[in-house]
Design a protein around this ligand. Structure first.
Ligand code: SF4
Length: 354
């Protein structure tokens, strides 16, 4: 990949755990469920995001992983206020995002951006890729004048490994991987601090997924970006992330450094997810225990009482249906929401069976 030195704002190798760029506390996004018929009364709520506490540290890649429908994309959208939270708070660089007026929200839209899953759907087919990338420059009043904008577009295309001469072409003339590179260039046009990548490689061929992952990592380092990488693919999340947050049914249930999470997962859900990631050696693959989760993920409109994972947890015991476990430190900043870590004298959570 080629790129311009003018783009580089400094590589941040040392991340201070206290230097939090995005902070969510008790964040909720509930969607109303209404009855059918004329009166359409509210009958309940889909609790897509249901009391999430999460810190994204400045300059890190935080992976957010969970099964499809667990609320991770809604959470990513709520952090950027692309969907309105129904409760709790989000701070971006110390400012309460939920209280921003239109003008301040527009400034946030420059500093905090989204890379979407489907690059074809997110690019306007009637615009050339040059026009697509130039759009945010115009919206935010950056690089005024046609010549300066064209130069910036060329710089951005080069940055993501696309020939700048392709600026005059249309999205349908590109491969899926190239289109996603264009989507990334557009997202970076306003020199953001925070990028949410929402299943950004899910719609790509396996052969190009690694290339786009490597591009994201390289850009994150070169530009000093803070990245939230949202994916159902734990192998991809592990490859890219400094830390990983695991989400289940609207709630973050475990957060740890990526290596620590792989070595010592503490939540039974994380243990099951990890046991499904293929190992490189066939011998290791044969030897390891595969934890198969039984049952479906419950509906987010009918979240189980107590621990929401209890209907699928092989370790569930007496307190689990009664008490909702909070995220607690299990050592060295590694947090997990499971009662097994609150039981005195219980060293190994897997020792308890029902
Ligand atoms: Fe399983 Fe209980 Fe821990 Fe929930 S709190 S993960 S049900 S052991």
């Amino acid at each position: 990949m080629n790129g311009s030195g003018a783009q580089v704002r400094g590589v941040q190798q040392v991340r201070d755990p206290q230097d939090v760029l995005v902070r969510a506390r008790g964040l909720q996004v509930h969607f109303p469920v209404r009855s059918t018929g004329l009166r359409r009364r509210r009958t309940g709520a889909v609790r897509a995001v249901d009391g999430v506490d999460l810190d994204v540290r400045r300059g890190e890649v935080l992976g957010l992983v969970g099964e499809s429908g667990c609320g991770k994309s809604t959470l990513g959208n709520a952090l950027l206020r692309l969907v309105e939270p129904t409760g709790g708070s989000v701070e971006f660089d110390g400012t309460d995002v939920t209280a921003l007026d239109r003008r301040a929200l527009r400034a946030l839209r420059r500093r905090a951006v989204m890379v979407f899953q489907d690059p074809y759907a997110s690019l306007d087919p009637r615009l050339t890729v040059g026009q697509t990338i130039a759009e945010p420059l115009q919206v935010h009043g950056l690089h005024p004048g046609a010549a300066a904008r064209a130069a910036r577009v060329a710089q951005l295309l080069e940055l993501v490994g696309v020939d700048p001469a392709a600026a005059s072409r249309y999205p349908h003339e590109f491969s899926g991987g190239q289109r996603q590179r264009v989507g990334i260039a557009r997202a970076l046009a306003g020199e953001p601090d925070f990028v949410v990548c929402d299943e950004a490689i899910a719609s790509l061929d396996v052969s190009v997924q690694a290339q786009v992952l490597n591009l994201l990592r390289s850009l994150q380092r070169r530009l000093g970006l803070t990245l939230l990488f949202v994916s159902h693919d734990l192998a991809a999340v592990r490859h890219l992330s400094d830390r990983i947050a695991v989400m289940y049914l609207g709630r973050v249930v475990e957060v740890a450094d990526a290596a620590e999470l792989s070595r010592s997962p503490q939540h039974p859900y994380t243990q099951a997810l990890l046991s499904a990631v293929p190992l490189p050696s066939p011998e290791l693959e044969r030897a390891r225990e595969r934890i198969v989760l039984t049952g479906d993920v419950p509906s987010a409109a009918r979240v189980p009482s107590g621990c929401r994972f209890r209907t699928r947890c092989r370790h569930a015991f007496a307190p689990c249906p009664e008490v909702d476990p909070a995220l607690q430190d299990v050592g060295g900043g590694h947090t997990a929401a499971c009662h097994l870590h609150g039981v005195v004298g219980l060293e190994d959570p897997r020792a308890v069976r029902t």
